[in-house]
Design a protein around this ligand. Structure first.
Ligand SMILES: [Zn+2]
Length: 141
């Protein structure tokens, strides 16, 4: 059985703080534009559609589908070597944005485009994680 990828925490910046704090609560926090309604990710100061700064945050459902994926069978970096094979994927969230993530909880050979998935969170357990971040990953729904 492959070990999990070793995730490391980075300091939050002001644009991404609400997202990472949400992950620490095991919630996906997205942004919605109050002016035009666009839902966006990654977090930004302005709406990507109309450039309004009227951005609000909300908790997403945590559900989506696999948009595309790749199975990594070989990676020499120490943090990834023991996790092979692992699945790197873009998940299309129900709310619209896509999230680059890992698919876990199933054999990598069973992952399919369009597969319904649900989020789970991997807590980062090292001294680099001063802010209590966690990493969203997805498993079959
Ligand atoms: Zn907008």
């Amino acid at each position: 059985m492959a070990k999990s990828i070793q995730y490391n925490a980075q300091p939050f910046d002001w644009e991404t703080r609400a997202y990472w704090e949400g992950c620490g609560r095991h919630e996906i926090v997205l942004q919605r534009c109050r002016a035009c309604g666009v839902v966006q990710h990654r977090p930004r100061a302005l709406c990507v559609s109309c450039f309004s700064d009227g951005i609000e945050h909300f908790v997403a459902s945590g559900r989506g589908t696999v948009h595309t994926f790749s199975v990594t069978n070989q990676n020499g970096l120490p943090a990834f070597r023991e996790a092979c094979p692992y699945v790197l994927a873009y998940v299309a969230l129900e709310e619209g944005p896509q999230l680059m993530t890992n698919i876990v909880g199933c054999d990598p050979a069973d992952v399919r485009i369009g597969m319904p998935v649900v989020v789970e969170f991997c807590d980062i357990e090292d001294e680099s994680n001063e802010d209590g971040a966690a990493v969203p990953r997805f498993r079959p729904a």
